[in-house]
Ligand binder design. Structure first.
Ligand SMILES: Nc1ncnc2c1ncn2[C@@H]1O[C@H](COP(=O)(O)OP(=O)(O)OP(=O)(O)O)[C@@H](O)[C@H]1O
Length: 775
């Protein structure tokens, strides 16, 4: 729809007026902030001068403390005021650049006036402090912009639905107070603006999408009715973007009761964490907490084992031949990630309620304080009605008591006497303090030799027993490893716990032997880590985190049913948003989840909503057309209409000519102005070699599992680490038939190709992979 010259003039005039007002506000705030900062500094400096300190009698003491409290209250009020003003200042400084991106004219039913609503990344009130010159994109009325088209429209408010007529929907791109682009739109948020935004170059930081949020994404962002929201969406459909805007939305809607540090994002790797970390600050919000499941496992499992990570697991599978060991490992991973194994562990725990608990004996200097058998007998002497974890707790008290009795007897042992000779003056002082405390702080001396000896002996024994006490307090006497191992050594027990014989994998014996071998070597395979921890928590009581109110799991297709069950238990007060794409399930356990809809069982259908995103925004029309043929069901993916160069599939004779061609290609891409280019290899090993060869001629950077962030330039990256991120141009280093060969590698290949925004070149030697479409 054409916009008249007068409209341009009027809109530009409004922009100028509004930016002028924002500038004015900024100047005011700058002065205020300076003033408050000065006050705070002075108050800190003069703090003690303002307080009347008098400790001479109890009344004065009371007055002093009231005085202190008042003074600190004044100081913290000023500090809070400073924080708030600084935050506002930050918001306005952002707003002044580009005060808004959208306008809707809305006439509410029953009203004779049409209101013009301008939307920006934050709200801005006129001097009267009543009329909004700019509305926050998250305000209830703003949803009209994302959901509605000109015509009848409605939106939700806390006090009910408001309906009326949308008379206009206009979009802007404003830079430095000047309107660059402006047009009126119809049904959706205009493709023109989206075209512009999407044709930009990649970045090492993800950008916010507030100006161009699409209707189906808005449903993800504003959904806050259900406990669990499942978003399934094609590669590049904006799952991560929507998730981050959703966090910003929830922080806005529940401001006052929800803080950013009460929201937690689980992401696939540290690189991704840094990639998304700028979106919330860009929207003027504090960042939520971010972690990976691996980091959580490491934290909880401690140092007992060398814990394999998912990347090492994947690397070893991708480099394996199709041997029986490979097949057993795959089966092991699939089974150990399945609901069937989860149920087996649960049943095993029920069995342990009645018999079979294993304990580690309490041993001190080679002497058994309490034997494992005695512990087991004691454990089953408790009332069976008490929960298993409760009985473990009761046992802790009993063991501490037994240890105290042991210490009493141990005092008379010759080693104690020997140690007492070696005590130094500080030890004596310590013993003296203890004695004084015990004798009710009377001024006393070591005047009785027997008392002195007893106190010192007790101290020597107690010091030595400290690690044992700590060990007991941490429930280390529960032999979780022994009980987990027994599942793989005691066939009858396993079959009883597994119940459903059909669920037991065909190569169970091989699975047992590879599991036992790893445990013998003090290694915990990645697929064992979660079940092991699950058993541990079932036995020792789940550690929960009640501070977190919202958990977001990105790339949820890479989680097993086990892991999700875990997250649910770990964060009992949290709502959950999970986002994923089964076509990008790149790990061996990915298949275990089946369909994302299977996740509905986690909280039940009543408490769950599923939203699908089918439109793909990242890549050009041609790239999406190409990549969607790589996967079954790809025809359901709708490419966004942004034209570009057709993907190229290029054959080379051998590795040497392949390297030469890739180098030529990289130079050309660089000349064409592409800043973020990835050479994607299948494995870390291949990436290392390719990087070594290419970097002799060109500057490239190798990405490994510990790379914390990525920068402008050419990266060489294993496919599984390119998860969730995107590049201007992607070169698939070797998409040959013998490289991407197994059906299980199809999704990895697809994931790699879908990282490309504008250019995709696939090289191969000999036959190309069967997963690539024919031109
Ligand atoms: N409404 C939108 N407006 C502008 N850009 C968008 C929009 N939706 C998505 N994009 C862009 O599309 C690209 C892909 O988005 P995002 O990474 O969120 O998708 P995804 O579904 O998480 O992808 P994947 O599963 O492939 O990792 C990003 O560059 C993002 O900025």
């Amino acid at each position: 729809m054409a916009i008249s010259e007068q409209d341009w003039k009027d809109e530009q005039q409004r922009v100028t007026e509004v930016t002028g007002k924002i500038k004015h506000k900024i100047a005011q705030l700058e002065a205020d902030v300076g003033q408050i900062r000065g006050d705070v500094i002075d108050m800190r400096k003069d703090f003690w001068d303002e307080v009347t300190v008098n400790f001479s009698n109890p009344d004065d003491l009371g007055e002093t403390s009231t005085n202190l409290r008042q003074q600190s209250q004044v100081l913290s009020d000023r500090e809070r005021a400073h924080l708030q003003s600084s935050k506002l200042l930050k918001k306005y400084r952002k707003l002044v650049e580009s005060p808004y991106f959208g306008r809707i004219d809305f006439k509410e039913h029953g009203s004779s006036e049409t209101e013009s609503i301008y939307l920006g990344t934050g709200s801005f009130l006129d001097e009267d402090m009543e009329s909004f010159l700019v509305y926050d994109w998250r305000a209830p009325i703003s949803s009209l912009y994302y959901d509605g088209a000109p015509g009848p429209a409605k939106y939700e408010t806390p006090s009910g639905e408001v309906s009326g007529e949308m008379e206009l929907k206009r979009q802007f791109i404003i830079h430095d107070g000047k309107i660059q682009v402006m047009f009126d739109t119809g049904v959706t948020i205009g493709d023109e603006l989206l075209q512009q935004v999407l044709s930009h170059s990649a970045d090492d930081r993800m950008k916010s999408i507030v100006a161009t949020i699409q209707k189906e994404q808005n449903a993800v962002i504003r959904n806050d009715k259900t406990r669990m929201l499942i978003v399934q969406g094609a590669a590049g459909s904006g799952k991560t973007s929507a998730a981050l805007q959703r966090v910003a939305y929830l922080l806005y809607k529940y401001r006052g009761s929800l803080r950013a540090d009460q929201m937690l994002l689980f992401s696939p790797n540290p690189l991704f964490n840094s990639y998304v970390s700028s979106v919330l600050p860009e929207l003027g919000e504090d960042n939520m907490q971010q972690t990976t499941f691996q980091a959580y496992l490491e934290h909880r499992l401690g140092k007992e084992f060398e814990l394999e990570d998912v990347f090492t697991q994947t690397e070893s599978l991708l480099n394996s031949e199709d041997t029986p060991e490979y097949r057993a490992r795959i089966e092991s991973i699939t089974y150990k990630s399945s609901v069937a194994f989860l149920d087996t562990i649960r049943r095993y725990k029920e069995m342990l309620e009645k018999e079979g608990m294993m304990f580690k004996p309490i041993v001190f200097q080679g002497k058994v304080v309490v034997s494992a058998d005695e512990m087991a007998a004691h454990f089953y002497s408790y009332d069976r009605a008490v929960k298993l974890a409760g009985r473990i707790d009761l046992m802790r008290e009993w063991l501490l008591k037994r240890l105290a009795d042991f210490a009493q007897a141990e005092k008379k042992e010759p080693w104690v006497e020997e140690q007492m000779q070696l005590l130094d003056i500080e030890d004596y002082q310590r013993a003296f303090q203890t004695m004084r405390r015990k004798q009710n702080k009377k001024d006393t001396t070591f005047n009785d030799h027997d008392v002195e000896k007893d106190v010192l002996a007790r101290m020597v024994v107690s010091d030595r027993l400290k690690p044992v006490r700590r060990w007991i307090k941490r429930l280390r006497y529960v032999n979780v490893t022994g009980m987990y191992r027994r599942l793989f050594t005691d066939q009858a027990l396993f079959r009883q716990a597994a119940l459903d014989a059909d669920s037991i994998p065909a190569h169970w014996e091989e699975i047992c032997s590879l599991t036992l071998q790893a445990l013998r070597d003090k290694r915990l395979l990645y697929e064992d880590a979660t079940p092991f921890l699950y058993l541990k928590e079932l036995l020792q009581g789940f550690r929960t985190n009640t501070a977190i109110r919202h958990v977001i799991v990105d790339e949820v297709q890479d989680y097993s049913a086990f892991q999700l069950e875990f997250l649910k238990r770990l964060f009992p007060r949290a709502k959950m948003t999970v986002l994923g794409d089964l076509n990008q399930a790149i790990y061996a356990h990915g298949e275990a989840l089946g369909s994302l809809e299977n996740l509905v069982g986690l909280y039940g259908a009543e408490d769950t909503e599923v939203i699908s995103l089918t439109r793909s925004y990242r890549s050009t029309y041609e790239i999406v057309e190409f990549t969607r043929q790589m996967i079954p069901g790809g025809e359901r993916i709708v490419p966004f209409n942004r034209p570009g160069e057709a993907p190229r599939v290029i054959q080379q004779a051998d590795e040497k000519s392949l390297d030469e061609a890739v180098i030529r290609d990289l130079r050309e891409l660089h000349e064409q102005g592409y800043n973020y280019v990835a050479v994607i290899c299948k494995t870390a090993e291949e990436s290392r070699q390719v990087h070594e060869r290419l970097s002799a001629t060109l500057q490239t950077r190798l990405v490994t599992k510990t790379t914390p962030s990525f920068e402008k330039g050419t990266l060489v990256v294993p496919a599984y680490l390119a998860k969730g991120v995107e590049f201007d141009a992607v070169i698939i280093y070797n998409g040959s038939a013998d490289v991407y060969r197994r059906e299980s590698e199809r999704k990895l290949f697809y994931t790699a190709c879908t990282r490309a925004m504008h250019v995709l070149h696939v090289y191969h030697i000999g036959e190309k992979s069967r997963f690539l479409p024919n031109p």
